[in-house]
Write a protein that binds this ligand. Sequence first.
Ligand SMILES: NC(=O)C1=CN([C@@H]2O[C@H](COP(=O)(O)OP(=O)(O)OC[C@H]3O[C@@H](n4cnc5c(N)ncnc54)[C@H](O)[C@@H]3O)[C@@H](O)[C@H]2O)C=CC1
Ligand SMILES: O=C(O)[C@H]1O[C@H](OP(=O)(O)OP(=O)(O)OC[C@H]2O[C@@H](n3ccc(=O)[nH]c3=O)[C@H](O)[C@@H]2O)[C@H](O)[C@@H](O)[C@@H]1O
Length: 428
Amino acid sequence: MNINVVGSGYVGTTLAACLADLGHDVTAIDIDEDVVAELNAGRAPIHEPGLDELVAEHAGENLRATTSYENVAEADATFLAIQTPSREDGSIDVAPLEAAAEMTGDALADAEDDHLVIVKSTITPPKIDAVRDAVAEGAGEAAGRVEVATNPEFLREGTAVEDFLDPQKVVFGTDSEWAGAVLEDIYAPLLADHDAHVVRTDPETATMIKYANNAFLATKISLINDLGNVCKEFGIDAYEVADAIGLDDRIGERFLRSGVGWGGSCFPKDVAAIIAAARESGYDPAVLEAAVEVNDRQPERLLELFDEHVDAEGKRVAVLGLAFKPGTDDTRNSRAIPVIEGLQERGADVVGYDPVATENMRDRFPGIEYVDSAGEALEGASGALVVTDWDEFGALDEEFDAMAEPVVVDGRRIVDRREGITYEGLTW
Ligand SMILES: NC(=O)C1=CN([C@@H]2O[C@H](COP(=O)(O)OP(=O)(O)OC[C@H]3O[C@@H](n4cnc5c(N)ncnc54)[C@H](O)[C@@H]3O)[C@@H](O)[C@H]2O)C=CC1
Ligand SMILES: O=C(O)[C@H]1O[C@H](OP(=O)(O)OP(=O)(O)OC[C@H]2O[C@@H](n3ccc(=O)[nH]c3=O)[C@H](O)[C@@H]2O)[C@H](O)[C@@H](O)[C@@H]1O
C-alpha cells in the first residue's frame, strides 16, 4: 500500500521505517528540514536500536521523506504521528496535531480516492473531534471518502523497532467497517507473521485503552516505589519482595523495578493528561494523582539519602545516566533533571555522564560539566548518584577508587555493593 506518515519523531520514524520494511511504499512528511534531509540521506533522525539500519535499507527505495503535503492524496492512508505535549495544567496541547490534520485535510480537498487519516499520536478521547473537524475543514467536500481513525502505539523507546514489529496487541479504533479494513490491510504483513491480539473498537475507546495502559504501568511502578520506600525504612530489600510478589501471575513480574521513578515523554505526560481530562469532566482520579505524587518524591528521596553521607556544597558530584531510561538519548522528563536541580540547589559542581544523551541534556543544563566516560565522572567526585540503569554502570569497578569520597547512591539498582565504597540503594 501507499502510506504517508506525518511527523518523523520517535514514533513516526519507527512507524515509517517499519511500514517500509513490511513492504509498503512510505512517504514521511515532517516540517523540520533537517529531519527530512537525515531520512533522505538514509539515517534515522533519532537514536533507536535497529532504526538506522532499517532507514538505510529502505531510504531512496520504498521510503522517502519530504516537507511537502503536496502528494498526500496519492496514498491510501495517512498516519499522524505528531507530538501532543503537556500544557501547564497537564492537559494535552493538540494544536500541533490539529495543524497537521488541517494540512492533511487541505491536501485531500480534491481527493478522488478514499483515504483514511489515522491518529497515531496519543490523544484523550474528547479531543478526537478536534482532529475530525480539522481534517473535514479541508477534505469535507472531497469526492473520495475521508475518515479519521485511531491506532494508538504501545512501543517503548529503546526497543521501538522490536516492539513495533512484534507487538502483543494492535488496537484499531474506527467508525466504519471500511476504515477497519484499511487498517487490517496495513497491518496484514505484520499480523501474518506474528501472533498479536487485534482489538477492534471505536476511536474514543482505542485512545482510552492507550491511556489506561500507560496509567496502569506508571501506577504499578509508583506502587512498587511506595512499597520500596517502606521496605527501605524496615531495612528490607524491595527487590527480593518484588521478585516474590511477581511470581503471582495476577501481579506479574514486569515493571516492578523500584527506584528513582518514571520519566520519559509518555508516562508523565499521559498520566497528567488523563487526570486533567477526568477532572475537566468532573471526576478526580485519586489513585492516579497519588501515583504522580510518589513519582515526584523519588528524586528528592535519592538526594536526601545522598545528604546523609555527603555535604554537596562546593563539591564535585557525579550524576551517572542522563537519559530517562537506557537504550535511548531521550532526556524528556528524565529523573536526572530533578536530581541535577537538587544538586545545584545544594551548591554542588555537577558532572554528568551518559553514553548517548549528553547533547540533549546540555540543552537543558548548559552550565554543568559533561564527560565522556563514567570513569571520568567519578574521578575526584565526592559521591555519585545513579539515575539511569545503563548496563555499563554495573561493570564499573576500580573507577570508584578514583573518587574523592566514594559514596554511591543508586536509584536503579545497577551498581553492586562492593568493598571500598559506601553504597546506598534507594529501596534496598
Ligand atoms: N515516544 C514514544 O515512545 C511514544 C510516543 N507516543 C505518542 O506519539 C506522538 C508522537 O510522539 P513522538 O514521536 O515522541 O514525538 P516527537 O516530538 O519525537 O516527533 C514529532 C514530529 O512531528 C513533527 N511535526 C510537528 N508538526 C508537524 C506538522 N504540522 N507536519 C509535519 N510534521 C510535524 C516534528 O517536527 C517532529 O519531528 C505523541 O502523541 C506521543 O505521546 C506513543 C507511543 C510511544
Ligand atoms: O506511550 C508511550 O510512549 C510508551 O510509554 C512507555 O514506554 P517508554 O516511556 O518508552 O519506556 P518504559 O520502558 O515504559 O519506561 C518508562 C519509565 O519507567 C521507568 N521504569 C520502568 C519499569 C520499571 O520497572 N521501573 C521503572 O522505574 C523507566 O526507567 C522509565 O523512566 C510504555 O512502556 C510504552 O508501552 C508506551 O508506548
